[in-house]
Write a protein that binds this ligand. Structure first.
Ligand SMILES: Cc1ncc(COP(=O)(O)O)c(C=O)c1O
Length: 429
């Protein structure tokens, strides 16, 4: 398999070229969480912990008085000039820091994990801050597995799993989630899973829940089955949990590392990309069994050194938000899910309602204008003729033709953007 530009990012590029409403790539067009942004800004300008404290408490009056500007032209001062006045000439918060993450963030990650999952990883021995879940997956693959090892990937999948496996000389072995249209959900075929995991060259199982692109949230029974498979065949579980707070209507995210016998074989990958609406910040983390940490940190250190120091400070502010913030995340997406689902059904798509995450994997075979097309042709038609960017379904599959009927729509954009997309679909289909 040749490693190439990801189709998802290609679709974003084409969306820009064709001025299409971009419902392809999974990022929002809404502002990131303010406390988090402020945490980053105050670190950049404050430079030191003391400087950050000073910036947090300085008032406009104090700044202007210090400059002898208490009256007169003071209202004409720009924000840029104002912030320059409080900038600390001393600095370590914009510099290299611990390669595996500033202690404050590793502690925040441990507290956060305990609060939501009841298990507290040791911030010194188990938590490593990385450049998003993408780097988290890469360092997990590289440090746990050897070239030639096989890794179970559930298809449809996020394309980074098989591509990264390829980069590190691993062999992905695919098992397929299938849509149960009548039940309105997606299911794993346990016999298919058993036949793959029993192969001795299989060493790890990648588990993404809530799932991109189907929106499936694996329930405890399904996770227990995966846990049992990992224990029986001595596999690592590598979990990608970046949509953990986005679950709908009674579906809840469960923490596989908390299942019996799983703490010692599970590597948890997570990030602030989706929770903080900050996909461009590239801050994530990995939680490893203690004996796996040293090698993983060594790979991380040698590849990228560290995640940006001031943005780690921002991530601390995000993870220290109160419970109500995290509990409220799903409600906003539920509204958007229903808006898009209704809009797509109106123009002929069929889709099981996502149980979590923020994608709709919709079957276009019942849309007359698209029915006869391949997924790529359907996606290109939507971009060029209708003005809406999606991702072709077959991009999420390596084997079989299950993906040939799907297009993925992201509903993480603003309500206005989703409405504009639906309007174009109504007009163009
Ligand atoms: C399932 C999944 N994993 C990982 C990523 C990448 O996450 P990050 O931005 O933290 O690298 C994405 C992004 O859309 C995703 O959907």
């Amino acid at each position: 398999m040749e490693v190439k530009e990801t189709v998802i990012r290609l679709m974003t590029r084409l969306a820009i070229e064709h001025s299409a409403v971009n419902l392809s790539q999974g990022f929002t067009d809404e502002a990131p969480v303010y406390d988090m942004v402020w945490g980053g800004i105050s670190a950049m300008l404050g430079g030191t912990e003391e400087g950050v404290r000073r910036i947090e408490s300085t008032t406009l009056r104090e700044i202007l008085e210090a400059e002898g500007e208490a009256g007169g032209n003071s209202l004409e001062i720009t924000l840029k000039e104002l912030l320059a006045e409080v900038r600390n000439p001393r600095d370590y918060l914009n510099q290299y820091s611990f390669p595996f993450g500033i202690p404050e963030l590793r502690h925040a990650i441990a507290d956060y994990t305990e609060a939501f999952h009841g298990h507290r990883p040791d911030p010194e021995e188990q938590v490593t801050v990385v450049l998003g879940a993408s780097e988290g997956m890469a360092v997990a693959f590289r440090s746990l597995l050897d070239p030639g090892d096989c890794v179970v990937v559930i298809q449809p999948y996020h394309e980074l799993y098989p591509s990264q496996a390829e980069i590190f000389g691993l062999v992905p072995r695919f098992v397929t989630l299938r849509e149960d249209r009548d039940a309105g959900t997606w299911r794993l075929d346990r016999d298919e899973v058993r036949s793959v995991v029993s192969d001795p060259s299989v060493k790890a199982f990648v588990v993404n829940t809530p799932h991109n692109p189907t929106g499936k949230v694996l329930n405890d029974d399904e996770l227990s089955f995966i846990a049992e498979s990992c224990r029986t065949y001595d596999l690592f579980a590598i979990t990608d949990e970046i949509y953990e707070h986005i679950t709908f209507e009674g579906h809840r995210h469960s923490y596989l590392a908390g299942f019996e016998g799983m703490a010692e074989r599970t590597v948890v990958v997570n990030s602030i990309s989706k929770t903080g609406r900050s996909t461009g910040w590239r801050i994530g983390w990995v939680i490893t069994p203690p004996e796996r940490t040293r090698r993983l940190r060594a790979v991380h250190d040698n590849l990228v050194v560290q995640a940006p120091t001031p943005l780690q400070k921002g991530a601390v502010s995000l993870l220290r938000q109160d419970r109500a913030f995290f509990d409220g995340i799903a409600a906003g997406y539920l509204r958007k899910r229903d808006l898009l689902l209704d809009g797509l059904r109106e123009v002929g798509f069929t889709a099981s309602p996502p149980e979590g995450a923020y994608y709709l994997f919709a079957d276009y075979r019942s849309v007359p204008a698209l029915a006869a097309m391949t997924p790529t042709d359907a996606a290109m038609h939507l971009i060029r003729e209708v003005g809406v960017a999606t991702v072709p379904g077959d991009n999420f599959y390596a084997t079989g033709n299950e993906g040939d009927r799907y297009l993925r729509f992201a509903f993480c954009r603003s309500v206005e953007t989703i409405e504009a997309g639906i309007e174009r679909l109504r007009a163009g289909l």
